[in-house]
Every structure is written in structure tokens, then in C-alpha cells.
Design a binder for this molecule. Structure first.
Ligand code: TRH
Length: 351
């Protein structure tokens, strides 16, 4: 008998919430045969992230204010503390055998994550227990999303350094573009649609629509259209260096086994800073000291602390070491299992 699962997602902003939930729903359906319903308050991003999703065995439902009176599934995943509809919770509590209730948390490399992964949180009034499920980079966490059919393609060998650019509005971006344009090395930068493309247009002072190519000194810029997730994976795999952000593109860049620079999702009062430091600490452990320092300096500058143009030359020198480090690092983080398989195992004993 296939396990039934309701996965709930609220799109707070951007694409990561929908991107992560879609990947997980798809993988649980395709690789584990789970019978998936994805309840999402804004299904529109799915059409861009996963065109043709209708053909896959995941039922997608709009999560509207008036939630339908449906029977709960055996496993209920609440993504990123999105708070389930009250009526649905009541129905969960009324079942003779309540569902396995999971709160899928945000990704962090911080040490406390493995201690909190899997912890139960009893409902204050109803006979229900929610479990915290923490993605992570370390043993004892829920791991990272990684599908069997993920395909990052081949590195495209060219004479220039090829870079992909996906970031939030970032005051360091214009400074880095200027440093690249004035630098001695040819750089081809493919700019993702949305915030990065708009920021590059401002730096150029001219229109920069998908498909446009602009040249400025040593720098060539191409504006990309928004591409589906599998194409974005291949873009990462084809590049020498990927600038990524948030949660999902950050993880994909690591699976692509290429050097990358991460812009963390900016949080109030710098709450994202410990996350950056925790990640740099873990990721940099096996690197030679000077390369580790160059990587950390560049990440800090990209995340608002330091001079990006001054940090670039040493980071550029570190790229071959980071390229070598990429595969052992990907192997290490894969060794803790992926979220879907860890979730299936976690639920198996509780169903
Ligand atoms: O869009 P994001 O900034 O999402 C963020 C994070 O998830 C963050 O943790 C969360 O708090 C916030 O949302 C609400 O960045 P992220 O996580 O990298 O998600 C981007 C998704 O878009 C990812 O699935 C890759 C996909 N993508 C494409 O499919 N095609 C593209 O062309 C591009 C640029 C991205």
C-alpha cells in the first residue's frame, strides 16, 4: 500500500519555498511511490520551476482560505512552519491513528541542528505530536534534497571564466561587475532572470532583457530567461563559478560540484550571519588555510561585510582549489542521506 502524504507550502516570497516543496513532493512520489498531495497557497511559481508538472504523479491543490474538508493523509508535512488549517488539525486529532506530523525546517549548517532534528513537539491541547525535521550538512540531520535523476550536465570548456549569477539585490554586485570589467581576465557572466538581471541593467544603464548580451571591458554579460529547475541545474554544471542564494540553488550548486558563492537569505538583525559562518566553517575545513580564508573573505563581502573588489583576486586564485574540493565535499554531504529517504525512514517506524 502506498503511503499517503499531504505537503503544505506557503510561498513567503521568492522561489525557494515552492522550489523545495516541489522537489520533495516529486521525489517522494517518483522514488518512493508515495501518494502525494501538494497544498500550496500560490501554485503559479510551479509553472515556471517545473513546466509539465501536470504529467507527474503529484496532485497539486491551491491552499485557499476556505480549506476543503478533506481526510488527512498518513504523513503530513508542514513546510517551514507554515501552520496547517485549523479544521485539518482537528480532523488529524479525530483519527484513531493520527498522522505522522512533520515540520520541515529551513536549512542551516549550525551545530545545534543535529541535536534538534527529529525532536517531538506535543500539541498543547490535542493528542497530536509534531516532529521537527531539519535538513543539514552533518550526520544526525535530515540531509539535503537530492533526486536520483538529478543531472548537472557537463562543464562547458571555454577560454573565458564562465560564471552564473543568481542573487538578491546586492550592493556588492555593481562593484564586482566593475572589477571584472576592468580586470585582465575575460569573464562571461550569465545573469539569472529577476532581481540579478534588473540590478545588472541598472549597472549597465541600459535595457538588459532576456537574450541580450552586453560587453564591458573584459566582461561579457548575458541575460537569461527564467529556466525550469532541470535547466538551471545544467547551467550550474556548465559554469566555472556559480553565485547562488537562499536555500535550494545553494544546495544545487554543491551537487553541481563547482566552486560557488552563496548569498544567504537576509534576515532581520543579521540573523543569517551565524548561518554563513557555520557553513563556511564546515565547508572550508578540508581546504588549505589561505584558500579557506580567501573563500570566507569573499563570502563575507558578498553578504555585506567587506570590500568585494579587494576580495576578488585572492578568491580567483582559490578557484582551482575549490574546484578540486567540490567532489569530496559533495560526497561528504551526500553521505548523510537525502531528505526524502531520511523522511521515509523516519516515518516508517511511526506509521
Ligand atoms: O528564491 P530564493 O531566494 O528562495 C528563498 C529561500 O528558499 C529562503 O531560504 C527562503 O527563506 C525564502 O525563499 C522564502 O532562492 P532559492 O532557495 O535558491 O530558490 C530558487 C529556486 O529557483 C530554486 O529551486 C532554483 C530555481 N530556479 C530555476 O528553476 N530557474 C532559474 O532560472 C533560477 C534563477 C532559479
Amino acid at each position: 500500500m502506498s503511503v499517503s502524504c499531504d505537503l503544505f507550502c506557503r510561498v513567503v516570497d521568492n522561489l525557494g519555498d515552492a522550489g523545495v516543496c516541489w522537489r520533495l513532493a516529486r521525489q517522494l512520489a517518483l522514488e518512493f511511490g508515495w501518494s502525494m498531495r501538494l497544498w500550496i497557497d500560490d501554485p503559479a511559481p510551479l509553472d515556471a520551476l517545473a513546466p509539465g508538472h501536470e504529467a507527474l504523479p503529484v496532485e497539486i491543490h491551491g491552499w485557499t482560505e476556505e480549506f476543503p474538508d478533506v481526510a488527512p493523509a498518513q504523513v503530513v508535512v508542514e513546510a517551514f512552519a507554515c501552520e496547517l488549517p485549523p479544521r485539518y488539525i482537528e480532523r488529524m486529532a479525530a483519527l484513531p491513528r493520527p498522522p505522522v506530523w512533520i515540520n520541515l525546517e529551513y536549512l542551516s549548517a549550525e551545530d545545534w541542528v543535529s541535536g534538534c532534528h527529529g525532536l517531538p513537539s506535543p500539541h498543547p491541547t490535542l493528542p497530536l505530536t509534531k516532529h521537527f525535521f531539519f535538513p543539514g550538512f552533518a550526520a544526525g540531520t535530515g540531509g539535503l534534497i537530492r533526486e536520483k535523476d538529478a543531472d548537472f550536465g557537463q562543464r562547458a570548456i571555454g577560454s573565458a571564466l564562465s560564471v552564473s549569477m543568481f542573487c538578491y539585490d546586492n550592493p556588492a554586485l555593481p562593484k564586482l561587475l566593475t572589477a571584472w570589467a576592468e580586470g585582465g581576465e575575460p569573464i562571461v557572466c550569465r545573469v539569472a532572470d529577476g532581481l540579478p538581471r534588473r540590478q545588472v541593467a541598472l549597472w549597465l544603464g541600459s535595457a538588459f532583457a532576456p537574450g541580450d548580451v552586453a560587453r564591458c571591458g573584459a566582461l561579457e554579460l548575458t541575460a537569461l530567461p527564467f529556466v525550469p529547475q532541470p535547466d538551471y541545474d545544467r547551467l550550474l554544471g556548465a559554469s566555472d563559478l556559480n553565485f547562488v542564494r537562499g536555500e535550494d540553488s545553494f544546495v544545487r550548486a554543491q551537487w553541481a560540484e563547482r566552486p560557488f558563492v552563496w548569498q544567504a537569505y537576509p534576515q532581520a538583525e543579521g540573523a543569517h550571519r551565524p548561518k554563513i559562518e557555520a557553513f563556511l566553517d564546515r565547508y572550508g575545513r578540508a581546504l588549505p588555510q589561505d584558500r579557506r580564508a580567501a573563500t570566507a573573505d569573499f563570502h563575507r563581502a558578498w553578504n555585506g561585510r567587506g570590500d568585494i573588489a579587494a576580495a576578488w583576486p585572492s578568491f580567483r586564485i582559490a578557484l582551482p582549489a575549490l574546484a578540486e574540493h567540490a567532489k569530496p565535499w559533495a560526497d561528504e554531504i551526500a553521505s548523510h542521506g537525502n531528505i526524502a529517504e531520511n523522511l521515509v525512514r523516519f516515518c516508517a517506524g511511526r506509521l
